[in-house]
Design a protein around this ligand. Structure first.
Ligand SMILES: O=C(O)c1cc(=O)[nH]c(=O)n1[C@@H]1O[C@H](COP(=O)(O)O)[C@@H](O)[C@H]1O
Length: 281
């Protein structure tokens, strides 16, 4: 596997081989305690390593949530570096969930931090916020292309508050969320087998019939499990775009720990349910 092979192509293959499930690595303080760990750097490290060892050799994607590592300062970020490296070595693709977004010149710095192949936190893809204007993401798009990485752009997020921004109607009659999807479709035009610039579309957002989800890129769908969505909701939400959906489950799997067998079983149950609904669609 060439490190410069585009993320979209690598993701398509991983989804075909392993199914589309993404397991989140979200070391909430409450989960550390539930697992009998201390809410400290040693607990963070044990938690993350256990999750990686349990599932990284079998799921297509893992998504560490940077916030829960940053909370411990530089030592937490050092753990995050290890998690990213070990998960990638185990054969899964890593989406860094840091939801970065800033004016273009600063965005270039964030891009260097996550999307340059020599960066300590280099990840296969990064979540980014386009709400300083889609064009502000330009440096991240460029560096991702150069390094075979990808982006997941927040379009229609899973939280109930997102609608006030994302469903807002623009003067041209399109919603803000639809505009982000249109930018991504343009970014991915002509890419085979799948573009590298995905959208985040929550599994909880309900009927999206009025949105064109055909962006020729992956759709990261958080919200399954703890936020109330189920695999059975996915066909209704995503319609014909279901084939490109990467459902993320974090707490729904993590709450089954710390037993690695229980974590693996939980991931397999979600993966099986998702595979069945995709096959039936
Ligand atoms: O970008 C994300 O991953 C994301 C976007 C979104 O709209 N909603 C959302 O829940 N997420 C992330 O997905 C994960 C969901 O975790 P669970 O609700 O525990 O499965 C968290 O890390 C969230 O930050």
């Amino acid at each position: 596997m060439s490190p410069l092979e585009p993320f979209g192509a690598r993701l398509r293959r991983a989804m075909d081989e392993r199914g589309p499930l993404c397991v989140g690595i979200d070391p909430h303080a409450s989960l550390l305690v539930e697992w009998g760990l201390n809410d400290d750097v040693a607990g963070l490290e044990r938690f993350s390593r256990t999750v990686v060892e349990a599932v990284a050799d079998r799921v297509a994607v893992m998504k560490p949530q940077s916030a829960f590592f940053e909370r411990f300062g530089s030592r937490g970020v050092a753990v995050l570096e290890t998690v990213v490296r070990e998960a990638r070595v185990a054969g899964t693709l890593v989406v860094m969930d840091a939801k970065r977004g800033d004016i273009g010149s600063t965005m270039a710095g964030y891009a260097e931090a996550y999307l340059h192949k020599d960066a300590p936190l280099f990840s296969d893809a990064l979540t980014v916020s386009p709400y300083l204007g889609y064009g502000s993401l330009g440096p991240a798009v460029g560096l991702a292309r150069e390094n075979g990485a990808g982006l997941f752009v927040l379009a229609l997020t899973s939280n109930p508050e997102g609608g006030e921004v994302q469903h807002a109607m623009r003067a041209d009659g399109r919603t803000v969320g639809a505009t982000m999807l249109a930018h991504l479709a343009a970014e991915n035009a002509g890419e085979q087998p799948l573009g590298s610039f995905g959208a985040v579309v929550g599994a909880t957002v309900g009927d999206l019939a009025s949105y064109d989800l055909d962006v020729n890129g992956p759709l990261l769908a958080p919200g399954v499990g703890a936020q109330g969505a189920t695999a059975a909701d996915l066909p209704r939400v995503f319609g014909p775009a279901l084939r490109n959906v990467v459902p993320n489950v974090s707490r729904g799997v993590l709450r089954q720990g710390p037993d690695p067998v229980a974590l693996r079983d939980a991931a397999r149950r979600f993966a099986d349910e998702i595979r069945d609904v995709v096959a039936d669609a």
